[in-house]
Design a protein around this ligand. Structure first.
Ligand code: GLU
Length: 421
């Protein structure tokens, strides 16, 4: 069980396994269960030929990894990105297992990815890619098998194509096969905003834990996509001054607080921070080390590393993204007394409302947004309290406590189910 920290600064799988190791040791996890949980149940690699609009054929690589289906169907998003790797998808699949267990929704963990550059593809090409990817992984997918959802660069429209492709093969409409669908196709109210809304809830709880008043706090958010953008709005709604937000074009900064209504309206229309004038345009990476109380990394993995961890000034970090901090960065931040609300708790709002969507699809009865948000708040605040209670009792970080809680719940289910020989 002794894992070297060789590539954990760059490889998310190693970073995940490092945290898994620490928690497994604290739990004195049975070595057999350790072996089961350290690797995915199943993974598939598919070649996805797509006819591009210029009539040429391009073959993309896609993955679907199921880390565990013991607590329920596999659950987790699909990302379309140039930099997708199998190890990244494996890490993200395991994070889904832990995430679903932390908030105690009855799902396992899975993740998908396709290596592509969606920004350079037309809608027609994206639709063909999505449908062929779904058709290729379909044997593993289903409302009771594995339920995909949006992630980096995928959205409700892409979920609609996935749902339609699956339904056409099944000869009947199957809304529960994916979540994050458009409302008209059985999507849930509140799903699009759920991850960012949950980040807001977890920021509020983290600040209370640290004895800080949100209204006296400043924040910086890395990422202006679905998670970063809505997180910034949610922080603003708590009375926190959002001083900076970034995307791939750079960062927008105003020490007096950005006018979030202007930023949000601009993002909705243009999907980029470019063209905004309500702050100074600064270097994107600078958001991580600004003089603020709250930092929300809500973009990609491994952005807080041992190189910049010493320069982080926030007292509270709430991980909107999956795996934004490397283990060695975390050691530095822990040492400095910074509170980190870990990804598998902080960004679990998305999958929690995905669970609500799946439940509503099965019921054929739909809730309004207030219902969804109230249920979400209860689940997330309960999970926060369970994690922090365990952290206090065991004198460990919230990260280690969240892994311990998750591993214990998952391991318990494996023990109950036993091994099918
Ligand atoms: N992609 C999101 C995540 O990483 C949501 C997954 C889901 O809703 O299944 O948590």
């Amino acid at each position: 069980m002794n894992r070297e920290l060789q590539n954990s600064e760059t490889n998310p799988l190693e970073a995940m396994l490092h945290r898994f190791d620490i928690a497994a040791k604290r739990l004195d996890l049975d070595p057999g269960l350790y072996q089961i949980l350290e690797r995915p149940d199943r993974e598939i690699i598919v070649a996805i030929p797509v006819q591009m609009e210029d009539r040429s054929i391009k073959v993309f690589t896609g993955y679907r990894v199921q880390h565990s289906v013991a607590r329920g169907p596999g659950k987790g998003g699909v990302r379309f990105d140039r930099n997708v790797t199998l190890d990244e998808v494996r890490a993200l699949a395991a994070w889904m297992t832990w995430k679903c267990a932390v908030v105690n929704v009855p799902f396992g963990g899975a993740k998908g990815g396709v290596i592509c550059d969606p920004g350079k593809m037309t809608q027609v090409e994206l639709e063909r890619l999505t449908r062929r990817y779904m058709a290729s992984i379909m044997d593993l997918i289903g409302p009771d098998r594995d339920v995909p959802a949006p992630d980096v660069n995928t959205n409700p429209q892409i979920m609609a194509w996935m749902m339609d492709t699956y339904s056409m093969h099944m000869r009947q409409s199957q809304p529960g096969v994916v979540t994050g669908k458009p409302i008209e196709l059985g999507g849930s109210h509140g799903r699009v905003r759920a991850t960012g809304y949950g980040v807001g809830l977890m920021t509020r709880e983290s600040l209370y834990r640290m004895g800080l008043d949100p209204k006296q706090c400043k924040a910086a958010v890395q990422g202006a996509g679905n998670v970063g953008g809505v997180s910034a709005e949610s922080l603003h709604a708590l009375g926190i001054k959002v001083c900076a937000i970034s995307d791939i074009s750079g960062a927008l900064y105003n020490d007096d607080g950005l006018d979030m209504s202007v930023v949000s309206a601009h993002l909705r229309e243009h999907r980029t921070l470019e063209g905004l004038t309500c702050g100074d345009h600064i270097d994107g990476d600078a958001v991580l080390t600004l003089d603020v109380d709250v930092l929300v990394p809500a973009a990609l993995e491994n952005v807080i590393t041992q190189k910049n961890a010493h320069d982080v000034k926030a007292t509270v970090i709430v991980e909107g993204a999956n795996g934004p901090m490397t283990p060695s960065a975390e050691a530095i931040l822990d040492e400095r007394g910074i509170f980190v609300c870990p990804d598998i708790l902080a960004n679990a709002g998305g999958v929690t409302v995905s669970y609500f969507e799946w439940v509503q699809n099965r019921l054929g009865y739909y809730w309004d947004e207030r219902d969804v948000n109230e249920r979400l708040e209860k689940i997330m605040v309960d999970a926060f309290q369970s994690v922090c209670g365990l952290a206090d009792r065991e004198s460990v970080s919230a990260r280690t406590a969240s892994y311990m809680l998750a591993i214990e719940r998952v391991a318990h289910v494996y023990k109950l189910r036993g091994l099918y020989a």
